[in-house]
Design a protein around this ligand. Structure first.
Ligand code: AMP
Length: 397
């Protein structure tokens, strides 16, 4: 079965066509600048050259049409016709409290996703547009929604409630939801597999460290806490996002700099994190390069980042009353060798021992701790698209 995985943003659309039997990626690509000038589609068929085409994409429906054209093109296509797409899996950012698992999309599901728009105003409307565009072009193909929040719905009340007047939860559902759930689910399950154990028997902390980052505590297969909150702004320091701060800072800075709450929110999301701290870049490679050249702010930004990750790990060891494995994933987690070593330096109290040779790995499944380490450390590349394809298959077959 061929499954098209769609990840739709407000002006972008990422796709992968996955053969569910072999789990091979037949083609992948990205449509950028949808609805603005200079729209471009980059299509990469497996085993063939990448194709880049600048062509107008006034809306997402046109983008989906171009994706289908690319997939069925005689030269750089990978399937003969639209009929060879058997199901579509859509990444949907926010499922609120309505969705604890992936679901087949029907009108009721569409309505329920729309009701979560308030919780993710930048993401959910774009996800819905992507679903509608696909439905328009492939009306008879089953579609599945896979939610970023779903895996975290097992969190107990004590982990998801904020210390705010309860009426905000009652009226507006203000609570911790968590994100990157598809990745936390996939990586925790795969970490257990690599260890030759079942996830149901382990306490695992997943450190998804990318441009956006989140950490989760997965206790016997169930998420019991995660660092992102109502929105993806809470938690560790990220590329451009602040992560946790004293909430009173917002009012303080707004007064000092004469900013509105919308402007402040923009600063917290787009101008903070390691970018704001280092004044260099949001990209960890650039910051590492600057730090290696002696840039003190870059060094301080990295130190603050590693420290925060280590603090969350400590918190989640407490939440689970122990830990068997800590898995590093996403761009930084999978590739930043010295970063993993720095974080591991904080974990000696757990009897954790990183193996410098095994840690010398990028983007590969690998146990990176010594055999006598009390906690197993792992590098586990995430694969959200494959996880979405698997969940789609499970629902449509
Ligand atoms: P993601 O959001 O998962 O795509 O991760 C993007 C982040 O991963 C960027 O900040 C990259 O700088 C970082 N990254 C990718 N490769 C490396 C590397 N070799 N060393 C350090 N950071 C990396």
């Amino acid at each position: 079965m061929n499954i098209l995985v769609i990840n739709c943003g407000s002006s972008s659309l990422k796709y992968q066509l996955i053969d569910s039997d072999s789990e091979a990626v037949l083609a992948k690509g990205l449509c950028e600048r949808i609805g603005i000038d200079k729209s471009v589609i980059t299509h990469t068929p497996a085993g063939k050259d990448k194709v880049v085409l600048e062509t107008p994409m006034p809306n997402h429906t046109v983008a989906v049409k171009l994706v289908i054209d690319a997939l069925t093109n005689k030269e750089h296509g990978v399937i003969d016709s639209l009929d060879a797409i058997h199901a579509v899996g859509h990444r949907v950012v926010h499922g609120g409290e309505k969705f604890a698992t992936s679901v087949i999309i029907d009108d009721t599901v569409m309505k329920a996703i729309e009701e979560c728009n308030d919780l993710a105003p930048l993401h959910n409307p774009a996800n819905l547009i992507g679903i509608n565009s696909c439905k328009e072009i492939m009306p008879n193909v089953p579609m599945v929604a896979v939610f970023d929040t779903a895996f975290h719905q097992t969190m107990p009340e004590k982990a998801y409630l904020y210390g705010l007047p309860y009426e905000y939860y009652e009226k507006y559902k203000v609570r911790r939801y968590g994100f990157h759930g598809t990745s936390h689910d996939y990586v925790s399950a795969h970490a257990a597999e690599i260890m030759g154990k079942t996830r149901d028997a382990l306490k695992i902390i997943v450190c998804h460290l990318g441009n956006g980052g989140s950490i989760s505590a997965v206790d016997h297969g169930k998420c019991v806490d995660t660092s992102m909150g109502l929105t993806p702004l809470e938690g560790i320091i990220m590329g451009t996002r602040s992560g946790d701060i004293d909430p009173a800072i917002c009012d303080f800075i707004c007064r000092k700099e004469n900013l509105t709450s919308v402007e402040m929110n923009n600063i917290l999301n787009k101008k903070s994190g390691v970018l704001g701290l280092s004044k260099v870049s949001s990209d960890f490679r650039d910051i590492e390069a600057a730090a290696n050249q002696g840039n003190q702010l870059a060094k301080a930004a990295l130190e603050a980042f590693y420290y925060k990750v280590a603090k969350y790990i400590g918190a989640y060891v407490a939440a689970m009353n122990g830990v068997d494995a800590i898995a590093f994933t996403a761009g930084v987690g999978e590739n930043n060798i010295s970063g993993r070593a720095k974080i591991a330096e904080y974990l000696g109290y757990l009897g954790t021992q990183i193996d410098p040779e095994k840690n010398n790995v990028r983007g590969e499944d690998q146990v990176i701790s010594t055999p006598d380490s009390k906690v197993t450390l792992l590098c586990v590349p995430t694969n959200e698209e494959l996880a979405i394809a698997r969940q789609t298959l499970a629902l449509v077959k």
